[in-house]
Write a protein that binds this ligand. Sequence first.
Ligand code: PHE
Length: 510
Amino acid sequence: MFATMGALGLAPTAEAAAGERRYRAPRAGDFTLTGTAAAEVVVLGGGVAGLATAYELGKAGYRCTVVEARDRTGGRNLTIRGGDTLTDLLGHRQTARFAPGQYMNAGPARMAQWMLTMDYCRELGVPVEVFTNMNADAYIYNESEGMDRPMRYRTAKADMLGYVSELLAKATDSGALDQELTADDRGRLVEFLADYGALGEGFAYTGGSRRGFSVYPGAAGTPGVPYGDLPTASQIFATGVGRYFSFESEFDQAMPMFQPVGGMDAIPRALARAVGGDRIRTGCAVTEVTDKADGVTVTYTRGGRTHVLDADYCVAAMPPNLLAGVRHNLGSAVRSALGGFNPFSAGKIGLEYASRWWESDHRIYGGITETDLDVNQIWHPSHGYHGERGVLMGYYTLDTGADAYAELSPVEREQRAVAAGLRIYGDKYRTELASSFSVHWRQFPYQEAAWHTSLESPDAARYKPLTEPTGRVYFAGDWLSYMDAWQHGAFASARKAVTALHQRVLATRR
Ligand code: PHE
């Protein structure tokens, strides 16, 4: 009966799959039906968008060649393990000294359950586990607002929601909102607020167990010791802790979120395997793209030598800031469209510790501590719980905050990050430190951006020469999607390019 309902469009599965159905990967049968050989496509860039393009086209037997400037594929999807080395554009050279099994995701590190990235994990057999994006027992520490010690996220939230609810309940009850509310609305709103804010007699917020305990409740005789020092409403407002609470409601950041088991680079590795190593040329920097009536010519350099590659079509899946520096004959509209994307900075430092003291001493398993210090955020690892060691993300800085850290030597970055974390977590932040590794994407060769800002939506008229093919050249990348700075955006945009290219090939070869 359910199948019949589905056929009639009455079952929920039909609706849930609607978005997916708009995209149909090209199939081998498409070519055997038309009796023509598959087209040859050169893909510029071996990041997630480029690999996904080659993977999808490969399903139908297209002959793709991926040209990648670096010695590895994956683009910004980068997992650092012991032995990995990196030299940035400022000349800072690092070799990761992480112990076996330890790693940091220096680029993408989380996926929402609705994202296409999850579909590719399923399809490619990449196992996933929960990524804890929000933890009630992680800390908030706004030092510049006068906080002299960190507050648990749950405590800050209980107090903010408590006082806001108290004020709104009192205002509602005293008739201050009678213009906007019916008598029924008033009653329902007050009932909601009393529950939401844990209000007591006279709609007063007086704290309670939601704030947390300094001694946890246990057996009879041990009721626990709730956190003391209940701030006044004015005091909690002054801390600015409330600014972090909208994060967990964002469409792209809401829990539960996920990560591949063992490191985010499992995704590009699986894609590259499916594409085939013989179709990927690493160490090849693209210098010129020439669109012609009957094909595309791509010029690249490898070890100082110049090479030329001819294909029927090209998909340019490089960062727009670097594509802008490639010579081409695609015209001024393409040039000005590429100029509409500006590189944005982000940086991360992985701090490897010899013990997982944040779990044993602070009872924090995964999740993010928010600060107004220059480290911005500190991430607790969402894997390897109770293990011997672990890698904390000691900072996740953005924009000018990232640029300031980038200028420092790796040792100075570590010292500065540790000095900040010490103020929140205490001595072990220094004494247990084993090694560190930091990555700044603006200073990362062949990347030069963590992601891009754009003044207009990807559907703006000026971006048409990129969202639609120009001659025989197609474009793909997260920057051409509504989900820039997410792998989902790279996959979605690759699918769009592949769909358009394939429809054209089928139409012209029939
Ligand atoms: N996707 C990145 C992250 O989750 C960058 C980003 C941050 C994108 C916040 C949107 C919002 O960190």
